[in-house]
Design a protein around this ligand. Structure first.
Ligand code: SF4
Length: 289
């Protein structure tokens, strides 16, 4: 089986070719200082919620003041869902708050260098990652009609740590269901891209903004020679009723990466079972209070 994560869905929507570079060709990007700092802050906040270990990184310590410790708060909860015989959806919720099981609160920590990268609440409501996590949680809580989703923004740069900023909004079960359908459609698109034989077959769907955003697309130099095939070449369009290509028809390079990233179904099932058990344990603890 292979999997999608919400960030892969976001990537396919931003530019199909970026996703193909990352997930099908398996191009390794070097880790940046910002990524390292973000991971360290996440780890310290997880240790704070799980074991009460006070963070040593000033930005994480500052953020921990806004994160209470409570047995009904679950840090770093792995999510997995089997979507079909071949595909799973995975992720990890930074902080799940089930103190009121009729209204769960899902929080994701976002580390950034500048506040201007924060999402507005209406954009947060459309965020594929937050909607996917809300869907997974609401599926286990039939009595909940809505979910609060939150981004806790933590500034990792600057001489002194500053208090984090919170952006949150409430999304209904119906909204989550609509976003879910959109995400599934994107994953179907990924299925079709996954078995294209080579980069030249993948449409460069990134709009010009995507190509030059921030420091520019990491793949610009490799993409440029084929960049102007902006419209999907015929080989990238699947005629109505035609079968997708199979793993046996792709190039050896693509096949090797696809095989490397596949896991046993049992691994995904174990994560999904653990997710369900955690939520069941917390909700039954709430009922017994
Ligand atoms: S340069 Fe633009 S079109 Fe090419 S992979 Fe990057 S974002 Fe996509």
């Amino acid at each position: 089986m292979y999997h999608y994560s919400p960030s892969q869905v976001r990537k396919i929507r931003a530019c199909e070719r970026v996703w193909y570079f990352d997930k099908v060709l398996g191009v390794e990007r070097p880790e940046t200082e910002a990524m390292r700092a973000g991971r360290a802050i996440h780890a310290e906040l997880e240790a704070w919620v799980r074991s009460g270990i006070v963070p040593s990184i000033p930005a994480a310590r500052e953020a921990s003041r806004t994160v209470p410790r409570d047995p009904a708060l679950v840090p770093e909860l792995a999510v997995a869902e089997i979507l079909s015989e071949r595909v799973a959806l995975i992720g990890a919720i930074d902080l799940l708050d089930l103190r009121d099981p009729t209204h769960p609160i899902v929080t994701d920590y976002k580390t950034l260098g500048d506040w201007r990268y924060m999402l507005a609440p209406y954009a947060l409501a459309l965020d594929v990652q937050m909607c996917s996590y809300a869907y997974a949680v609401l599926e286990q809580l039939p009595s909940a009609d809505a979910c609060t989703i939150r981004h806790l923004y933590i500034k990792r740069t600057g001489v002194r740590a500053v208090p984090p900023r919170l952006v949150q909004t409430v999304i209904s079960r119906a909204h989550v269901a609509r976003q879910r359908i959109a995400a599934l459609k994107t994953m179907r698109r990924g299925d079709a891209l996954r078995v294209l034989p080579a980069l030249e077959n993948v449409p460069a769907t990134g709009d010009p903004d995507e190509c030059v955003r921030y420091a520019g697309c990491w793949y610009w130099e490799r993409c440029k020679p084929v960049k102007h095939s902006i419209l999907p070449p015929d080989s990238a369009r699947r005629p109505e009723g035609a079968e997708y290509a199979t793993i046996d028809t792709v190039s050896p390079e693509v096949r090797a990466t696809l095989l490397k990233t596949q896991k046993d179904r049992a691994e995904y099932e174990a994560t999904a079972a653990e997710f369900r058990a955690t939520i069941a344990r917390l909700t039954s603890a709430h009922v017994q209070k």
